[in-house]
Design a protein around this ligand. Sequence first.
Ligand code: F0G
Length: 460
Amino acid sequence: MELPFAEPYKIKVTEPLHRSTREEREQWIKEAKYNLFNLRSDQVFIDLLTDSGTGAMSHHQWSEMMMGDESYAGSASYFKLKEVINRLLGMPYFVPTHQGRAAENVLFSAIIKEGDMVPGNAHFDTTKGHIEYRRATAIDCTIDEAGDTTLYHPFKGNIDLDKLEAVFTAHPREKIPLCIITVTCNTSGGQPVSMQNIRDVSALCKKYGIPVFFDAARFAENAFFIKMREEEFVNHSIRDIVHEMYSYVDGATMSSKKDAIVNIGGFLACRSKELFDKISMYCILYEGYLTYGGLAGRDLAAMAQGLKEGCDYHYLEARIGQVAYLGQLLKDKGIPCQEPTGGHAVFVDAKKVLPHIPKEEFQAQTLAIELYLEGGVRGVEIGTLLADRDPVSRENRYPKLELLRLTIPRRVYTNNHMAYVAACLENILQRRDTITSGYRITKEAPIMRHFTVELEPATM
Ligand code: F0G
């Protein structure tokens, strides 16, 4: 008999979880103004809000924490990280930052001006926020297939080359400071970008003289999908794939809270010394001196180790396998999910689960609240609340997809937890006709409103 799959690690430290009653949850979510970000973590049983900074570090990472060098300048931990970034990613220059959006802030401060256009594949919300804050425009050039949740496409994060070229021909070169390829593409469902697409986008950008950057938060998960789904790479190691991916870009912003499996950290890497000199100034201004960038020495050391572990094939097989396991459980129960399951999360198609709730009442948020009420599971809305208002017309933007993201932290939950989550959603599907109302906004911020928005039931 072929032996079944089992995780390539065992668990040394545990943390208790708190169960609660439905009555408690009804009270807590009301007090939280129906915004799941406002819940206390001990009011949550299984927390699938994000995979960002929520992973479990290995004992190698914890021992690196103890070895952290806390020197203000020239820390040994910085050089450890530098060596990994040079060797693993092939990037000669980098600055540490306290997280991914800080890397975006540093980079965009140096290169984006008012009126600029920044094409890419469905920019993440902080990326878009940083672009729009500078009165520039993020242009989504993702392939159309990504908008159809039922369609199988191996690389739904791919950029449509015609859409991209249309941006390049419609605007002068100096109005396009960069093109961003997000690997994997969070907004389109944790979907990967193929190596061929990375090559093609890079070649097109070169033709028009536009720098191309990765938003690299989940680059290792993207590399795993390339190995699994792109014929040419079946026999390549993850490290070789990663190296080749980075060889096509001019730089990358990184949220290390994802694929470097640390609780805090990020960096901005680039090839050009000239750009490095420019970003250095903003790094010092916003983050800190160039060898610590807003982090402790121990954070840099854990990040260096985590980057290596994040590229381990067996780790990635367990990680992406667990996400696929939850996706399969849900599909088997008839719950419509983004097809195929992404790298870090399962995206439930809320429009299909709650078709009778009007989109003006936030279908995906309604489903997220129901899931919390049902079993204390916290997911996150990737829909109209997140899409925010159009910066000019101030009208709600209704995205093609209304998704509930169930984001799996790395090395944290077991498959029994996944089965529990699937059972909660099955119960909701069975009683969905009893869910008769969505929500309306009572208070919102002018930008990135989903973090702090306050809601109430649309029909009280
Ligand atoms: N880019 C992508 C693709 C992301 O998913 C995130 C964060 C960032 C950039 C920003 O990084 O949080 O370190 O500042 N995503 C988290 C999430 C928050 O839940 O998907 P950060």
